[in-house]
Design a protein. Structure first.
Ligand code: HEM
Length: 513
């Protein structure tokens, strides 16, 4: 049995690993069960000042104020700087950091495996309840309930699995190729193309077509419409919802523009989803035996075994949000990072030039360097770089030598896992070749798609899009380079990190020569 010591500033698990870190000669010993009783309370609601004094996690390294207040963390969260702030804390305090009175961040592989374990996963934390639009049911992404999530995931998984995606390869090919064509047109007229815009249109069209049977036709329209404007606000609004949940709830009655704007945006997104699903439902009704297949077709037919209309709607919304900016931001950073380094670009251009004209995804999966470029982009520019918060199960547990009470929020963030200098040599350098002989540690700490039972369901679709768009782009533009048109420079590509990442300048200009 573990024992726990009280040393004046908190309780500590006395595992051997723990003793390697701390000297507890002055502590008094107490049974783990007695301590658990002290800890079993609702950490999610425990915001008051006494948390700092009584906290069993007060001995965990971190800035002094994190013991008392959430304010500094929330300030960075609202500014889109949370991942960078937490990384600075890891650099200063080590792999285990207390970031607020009831949140601890880890950056070790052992902690990531424990928290995101397949066998005994930690549930998603209350953060996901707050991120949810309260008027909608939970979806496969934000559900914190094991059974509810498992039911949705089981029904959604097959059509989006690697083997079934063969059926939709044509959609991905058509949209990626059209995106490159539109990029070429913009390069001719403007002198450079904003690839961020075109990759966003591509990813939005792909997930729209695969969810609703019809694309949003963003690539054809070629301009930022209200839907894209709304999509672009989702990240920032999610941080508003998690920070000011009550204010958001009563936003319609308050004369505060940003909160009113939040509600109007979320209502519009819901309407797009509802109307698009309605259109598809009519198509299925008109031709029940031969509807255009989507990732949701089987759900409409599943009857009582399936999901209700409201559940389908909420999952469809999860797909169109989670499946667009993630892929497009990754593709944007990939294009920029490759174009900045002529040696990397040359090697990639030569590899994709070797493809047959009628190349398909099977060919792309075999291209070593192309896949290393994608892995390295997902390492350095992970689209969801911030902590993925989870709740410590009832009864608590030990992680990396520290006792974590039940109900506490713990997280790992890709931004830090992917920058550990002990695992990745020269971590800030974009170096796809590092994946040629990747160590086990590199593979274990690489988690751009999250982990365990909540791993990204769209991972294979995203990779298929990234492979096609990258190959087509560098086959078409072997001399592509970063443009300085309209004063575009590296500062524009600084990472702003809400739940998802995007470049500070909100554009990425590339020219063909
Ligand atoms: C490069 C592209 C992508 C990246 C980097 C990415 C990243 C992630 C990450 C890190 C998670 C875990 C979130 C968490 O634990 O809170 C996640 C979950 C999820 N992603 Fe993605 N994603 C990408 C593309 C997509 C696409 C194309 C879809 C389209 C369906 C999608 C749909 C989802 C959904 C529904 C979940 C929730 C899964 C669950 O909890 O069971 N993602 N993604």
């Amino acid at each position: 049995m573990f024992e726990v010591q009280y040393s004046g500033n908190g309780y500590h698990c006395t595992s051997p690993a723990y003793f390697n870190r701390r000297n507890h000669s002055s502590g008094t010993t107490t049974s783990v069960f007695a301590v658990r009783r002290l800890r079993e309370r609702d950490w999610r609601k425990d915001r008051h000042i006494f948390v700092g004094i009584r906290s069993p996690i007060s001995s965990i390294p971190g800035p002094w104020y994190s013991q008392w207040t959430f304010i500094v963390l929330q300030y960075h969260w609202l500014r889109g700087q949370r991942a960078l702030y937490v990384e600075r804390l890891h650099q200063k305090y080590g792999p285990v950091v207390r970031i607020s009175p009831n949140e601890v961040e880890f950056s070790s592989i052992t902690a990531a495996k424990r928290i995101h374990s397949h066998r005994a996963p930690f549930p998603k934390a209350v953060f996901y309840d707050k991120i949810r639009i309260q008027s909608m049911l939970p979806n496969v992404f934000n559900s914190t309930d094991f059974d509810y999530h498992a039911r949705h995931r089981r029904l959604l998984s097959a059509p989006i699995s690697q083997s079934h995606l063969k059926a939709v390869e044509g959609v991905v090919k058509a949209r990626a190729d059209l995106a490159v064509q539109r990029i070429r047109e913009e390069m001719k007229t403007r002198g450079a193309a904003d690839v961020l815009k075109w990759w966003q249109f591509m990813a939005t069209d792909v997930i729209g077509e695969l969810t609703f049977g019809d694309s949003f036709r963003m690539l054809e329209q070629g301009r930022v419409n209200q839907y894209i404007k709304d999509l672009n606000m989702v990240g920032m609004f999610a941080s508003l919802r998690t920070t000011f949940p009550t204010t958001v709830k009563f936003a319609s009655y308050l004369p505060i523009p940003i909160f009113r704007n939040h509600n109007a945006t979320m209502d519009r997104l819901r309407s797009y989803t509802r109307e698009s699903l309605q259109r598809y439902r009519s198509l299925v009704a008109a031709d029940p035996w031969n509807p255009k297949p989507t990732l949701f077709t089987n759900l409409f037919r599943a009857g009582e075994e399936g999901l209700s209309q409201d559940e389908i709607e909420t999952d469809a919304q999860a797909y169109i949000v989670a499946g667009s900016d993630t892929t497009s931001q990754t593709m944007t950073y990939l294009t920029w990072a490759v174009c900045r380094d002529s040696a990397i670009k040359q090697r990639l251009v030569e590899e994709v030039a070797s493809l047959p004209d009628d190349y398909i995804d099977d060919h792309l999966m075999k291209l070593h360097y192309l896949n290393q470029v994608i892995e390295e982009t997902l390492r350095l520019y992970a689209a969801a770089p911030s902590g993925l918060p989870r709740e410590v199960p009832k009864g608590g547990c030990e992680i990396d030598g520290y006792w974590m009470p039940g109900g506490l929020t713990v997280a790992t963030q890709a931004y830090s896992m992917h920058r550990n200098p002990a695992i990745y040599i020269d971590p800030e350098r974009f170096n796809p070749s590092r994946w040629e002989n990747a160590s086990k540690e590199m593979k274990d700490s690489w988690m751009p798609f999250g982990g365990g039972s909540r791993t990204c369901i769209g991972m294979h679709l995203a990779k298929m899009e990234l492979r096609r768009a990258t190959a087509e782009f560098f086959r078409t533009f072997p001399y592509a380079r970063v443009s300085s048109l309209e004063s575009f420079d590296d500062a524009d590509m600084e990472q702003v990190t809400y739940f998802l990442v995007y470049p500070k300048g909100k554009k990425c200009l590339i020219q063909a020569s």
